[in-house]
Every structure is written in C-alpha cells, then in structure tokens.
Design a protein around this ligand. Structure first.
Ligand code: FCB
Length: 474
C-alpha cells in the first residue's frame, strides 16, 4: 500500500518561507442567502431561473450556506492548516442597485468574515468581482456599457473603505475572459447574451473596471497588494497546417495575451485587434482607457486548469462548454475547433497537464517580469462519493500534488511565485453545471450541508503544515 503522504516532505521543502497557502471560493458559488438582509439581485439570480440554463436546474439560493456559517468556513480553512483564504464579495450584497447606496448588513458579513479569519491568523485575499453583477446594472446594459466600469470603480472604493484597514490583498476582476465571452458571446454564463461584438466591448469595460478599481485601492492604500485574476492555458496547434497554426495564435492571443497585455503593457496585442476588427470598430475604446487599464499592480493571479489543442477547421466550439445550448465563446474566431490530445481528463472533460502550469508561469514571468505571480485557482472535479465518513479521491490528490510540483519547478526556474490557492475549499455551485461537479478539498452533502474533508484535503493540509513548520521554524 502506498503511503498517502508519500512525497509530501520533499515537496514541502521546495517552497520558500512566507509562501501563501490557501484555498478559494466565490460569493455566488458558496454564500446562498440570496434574499437575506437587503441583498440585491445579481445576474446569476436571474439566469438560474431561466429554464435550461443550468444542467441540473439548480441555483445558488442556498449553495453551501456560507453567509450563515462564517464560523464553519473559517474552522474548515483552519483545519487544513492554511494561512490564507481567497473569497469574493457579492457586489449586489453590498450595493443592491450597483450604485452608491450601501447595504450595511452586506458589508457587515464580509467584515465579520475578515475578522474571524484574522483571529485565526488566516490572511484574506479578496476578489472584488467573481461574476455576480448587480442585475440593476445589467438592466442598464451590463458590461458592454461603459458606465458599468465606472460603477465598479466606485464599488472598489466602497469595499476598500470598509475592509481596507484589515484586507491587504485585493484581486479586482476574476477571469475577465469568462465574464465577457461566456456571459456575452456564448451565453453559457449569466447574463446569457449571445452578442459577439458586444462581448468585446464587455471585455474592454471589465478591464477598464479593473484599472479604475486598482487605482482606487492603490491611492487609498499604497501598501495594498493589487492583482487581477486571469485564466491561462497553453495552446497547441493540432497540426502544422497553416489554418491550425493560425487558430493556435488566435486562441493564445485572446486567452493568454489580450487581458494581460492590456493590464501590464497598456496595449492590446496588434494581431488580436486585427482579428476582432472583423466584427467591431472598437469605438468603445476611448483615449486614455488603456492608460487607466495599465494601473500598477503587484501580483498577476494565475488560474490554471488545463491546456488546449485547436484546429482551424471547426468542430467542438469549446473545450469545456456545458450542454446548455451555448453558442461560440470565440467572437471573430468561430471557425476554430478544440480537439482532444488524448491526455487524461477530469470530470469536466478538461485535459490534465501539470507541466503546462510550469510553462505558463515561466512564460508569464519572462513576458511580465515586473510582477510577482500567484496561482489563485487550480483544481479538478471528480465524481466523489462519501463512503462511511470518508471520501477517497486519489485522482484529485494526484492532480494537486502534480500541480504543486509544477509550481516548485517554476520556483526552481526563478519564477517569483508567492502563493497557491486550491480551487476550491469545498464543493459548491459550479455555474452552468450546478451541483453536478465537485471541485472541493472538502466534500459537501448538498442536502444537509455537512462537510467532510476529502483525502486530497487531508493530504494538502499535511503538505501545508510541513511546509509551514519547516520554514516558519527556521
Ligand atoms: C474557474 C472559476 C471558478 C470555478 C472554476 C472551476 O473558471 O473562476 O469560479 O468555476 O473555474
């Protein structure tokens, strides 16, 4: 029988002192209590009520009840030995109409959560936007409309004013690619619109919102660590055929360069601009916007799950779309298809390639040497079963181990990697997949809410304890 903690000591020793060890969640996926205490509606509250949008017909009304269970969530983070927890703020819980009217009860929840974490020595990493736009702003046009970015800048200041005395790590926007292109091009995510040209305006305004938020936080607290979270994928051409090579350039451009170049260089990549010109005249990009977007940030937050192989000959329009009738998430690139490379896959059908994480971290550091990097999401869904009080999830344990080893390889190569957050702390509402996909280190019985740490969570906790005691004792 193999020792389940095999390799943990050696792996732990590869991480530096002061490394951030965490797990991540997001507001709509865990909080529930969507009607409680003056919270406004978000686009996800509306979307889940439209028939056919979520594969199991479920919603986030209860989720895993985090709004009512601060003590339980903090105890879970603590039981894993983590020194950090990444969660997001529900914008409509704090600003029910998306404007300057504040709901004090909403702010109090996050303030209490922050206090409870700090009391246990756990550092909060707060994401300002993880996809739950106030419905009131969607009613006025949503992210394709410029005003939404301005309102987001205001919201960042409201959040920082309330929490900034205690919260020092801020992530502005989580995965603008998903918010723009799954929300407004394919329609797989809320608000479910299929308007390819508008989705490019949405992407721009998400970045403008990022820039405004980053500047608001930095001017209020120059010591704060500010970041943006982007989902990165190594992209391979299916063959040497020119159409496939061009498809790889296009997908890499949108996924790996569009948002990052804007944030860190203040430019959009020329080749992608040319591609997008087929469907938009960019009239939403006003003078000065890219300077605003190019706000100084400290950390680039890397969300990494998988890799892509693409062709220029159509086929599957997405590597991961839910079977909810979504259109293409690739505006101006609808001819591109995603093909399997034959690697092992998770329950999402996402191919597992740990070396791709080292590759992305090394590449990002070479391209943007001025920022530190943190892995702010990494994890895998598998169909877990609770069996006499235990969840045996060797595939997830392997996944986390191999990706941490990939992080250590990046550290060895000189990448300034400051942290790792597993996605997710606990099983939760996985967007269009509802409760059918389990990503947690902790199993949740969705009927009773009961939590059970999975084998992968015990392994990760053991690794973190070893790393922290090795290093913190030095
Ligand atoms: C990421 C999201 C996160 C979760 C994981 C599986 O794209 O940021 O909320 O859904 O995927």
């Amino acid at each position: 029988m193999t020792n389940e903690f095999e390799g943990a000591a050696a792996l732990a020793a590869r991480f530096p002192t002061g490394f951030t060890w965490g797990a991540a969640t997001s507001s709509y996926q865990v909080e529930g209590a969507t009607d409680a205490d003056g919270r406004g509606r978000s686009i996800w509250d509306s979307f889940v009520n439209e028939p056919g949008r979520v594969v199991d017909g479920s919603n986030g009304d209860t989720a895993i009840d985090s709004y009512r269970n601060i003590a339980g969530d903090v105890a879970t983070v603590k039981s894993l030995g983590l020194n950090s927890y990444r969660f997001s703020l529900s914008w409509p819980r704090i600003c029910p109409d998306g404007d300057g009217r504040i709901n004090p009860a909403g702010l109090r929840y996050y303030s209490d959560l922050v206090d409870a974490l700090l009391a246990e020595g756990i550092t909060p990493w707060v994401t300002l936007y993880h996809w739950d736009l106030p419905q009131a702003l969607e009613d006025k046009g949503g992210w394709p409309v410029r005003d939404t970015a301005l309102r987001f800048g205001d919201f960042a200041l409201i959040a920082h004013t309330a929490l900034g005395d205690r919260v020092k790590h801020w992530i502005t926007v989580n995965e603008p690619w998903c918010a723009a292109f799954l929300g407004y091009a394919s329609g797989e995510h809320a608000p479910g619109r299929r308007e390819p040209a508008e989705s490019i305006a949405a992407a721009h305004h998400l970045m403008l919102g990022h820039g405004l938020a980053a500047r608001a936080i930095k001017s209020a607290d120059p010591e704060a660590t500010v970041s943006i979270g982007i989902n990165f994928y190594p992209v391979h051409a299916a063959s040497d055929a020119p159409g496939d090579v061009d498809a790889a350039r296009r997908v890499d451009g949108v996924q790996n360069r569009w948002f990052t170049d804007a944030a860190l260089r203040g430019t959009y990549p020329e080749d992608v601009v040319e591609d997008f010109k087929a469907i938009t005249d960019f009239d939403f990009n006003r003078d000065g916007d890219l300077e605003t977007i190019n706000a100084p940030i400290d950390v680039l937050s890397v969300n990494y799950y998988s890799r892509f192989t693409v062709t220029g000959n159509g086929g599957s329009a997405s590597a991961s779309a839910a079977p909810t009738g979504a259109g293409s998430a690739w505006p101006a690139n609808e001819h591109i298809g995603f093909v399997p490379a034959g690697l092992p896959v998770t329950d999402m059908g996402w191919e597992i390639e740990p070396a791709g994480l080292t590759e992305m971290l090394t590449r990002l550091h070479a391209a943007y040497p001025e920022v530190a990097l943190a892995v702010t999401e990494n994890g895998a869904a598998f169909p877990d079963k609770l069996d006499e009080g235990r969840v045996r999830d060797p595939e997830r344990l392997d996944y986390v181990q191999q990706h941490l080893s990939a992080c250590a390889d990046a550290l060895d190569a000189g990448v300034p990697l400051v942290g790792y957050f597993a996605w997710s702390l606990a099983d939760n509402f996985e967007w269009a997949w509802g409760y059918t996909k389990r990503f947690g280190l902790v199993y949740v019985d969705f009927e009773t809410g009961e939590r059970t740490v999975k084998d992968s969570g015990r392994w990760y906790g053991d690794l973190v304890r070893r790393a922290r005691s090795n290093r913190e004792a030095e």
